[in-house]
Design a binder for this molecule. Sequence first.
Ligand SMILES: Cc1cc2nc3c(=O)[nH]c(=O)nc-3n(C[C@H](O)[C@H](O)[C@H](O)COP(=O)(O)O)c2cc1C
Length: 175
Amino acid sequence: MANILIIYSTTDGHTRKICSHLQRVIENQSNRVTVVSVIDAGEFDLDSFDKIVIGASIRYGKHSPEIYAFIKENSQALDSKSNAFFSVNVVARKPAKNTPETNPYLKKFLKQISWQPKILAVFAGKIDYQKYGFLDRFMIRLIMWMTKGPTDPKTNIEFTDWKQVEEFGRVISEM
Ligand SMILES: Cc1cc2nc3c(=O)[nH]c(=O)nc-3n(C[C@H](O)[C@H](O)[C@H](O)COP(=O)(O)O)c2cc1C
């Protein structure tokens, strides 16, 4: 049995939902999983975990500053154990941009940080226009219009491939 810490950064809760799904999959393989926001992750002793997974969503082209700061402060601890990183964004709904090798955000992110995660994944995120404020709704609809995605203001859609999330959970169990 491994003791696994999953740290997430989310704005609208979708990355946390992916982490909860991962937790169920990984616990079903007889592991212990703790899921925590990057905001509270400093309260945990990283050395007490066997594996660390970090997941973060993209907002206006970037992962959150808290994720960059956490990785910078803890890159040695991260490197010393089995680890993985995943990014959540809606560009990944496109088959040509849904792998670590082809997703532009993940590729850029890896060049910006000193940590090189041992396992990587990209998951397509969610769009729920009704949940966003006026400006965010306008901007995301504009981006969707430019990239041939849904623009109906009532759109509430999860692009996430949950089977892909489950497969990633099994990879974490085995890493
Ligand atoms: C204000 C806003 C900006 C976003 N910017 C991007 C972006 O630049 N690129 C992208 O692929 N997805 C973008 N997204 C989509 C999010 O990555 C997607 O909704 C994801 O599921 C959010 O996860 P979270 O709820 O964990 O934050 C954006 C979403 C919002 C609401």
